[in-house]
Design a protein around this ligand. Structure first.
Ligand code: SF4
Ligand code: SF4
Length: 78
């Protein structure tokens, strides 16, 4: 079943520390170098959205509040 919410990394806040990458159980986050040549910086990127369970561990562990969980489908009805 697809995740109810997916992490959205806020580029202005992400320092590329990698804690979210280490905390993600299915390993669907990785660090990617972005930006112009010579000025690149590392950012966390969700490379496999289909493999994300929506557990939010990445958002909880981020020391810089750089990850928001964004709802992608309605919650299950009881
Ligand atoms: S834990 Fe936060 S600051 Fe560190 S790489 Fe992940 S999103 Fe970026
Ligand atoms: S919500 Fe969970 S499964 Fe998805 S990227 Fe974050 S830690 Fe990984």
């Amino acid at each position: 079943m697809p995740a109810a919410a997916l992490p959205q990394v806020l580029p202005d806040r992400c320092t590329g520390c990698g804690r979210c990458v280490a905390a993600c159980p299915p390993h669907v986050l990785w660090l990617e170098a972005q930006g112009p040549e010579g000025q690149w910086r590392k950012l966390s990127v969700l490379h496999d959205p289909a493999g994300c369970t929506g557990c939010a561990r990445c958002a909880v562990v981020c020391p810089f509040d750089a990850i928001e969980m964004v709802r992608v489908r309605a919650p299950e009805r009881p």
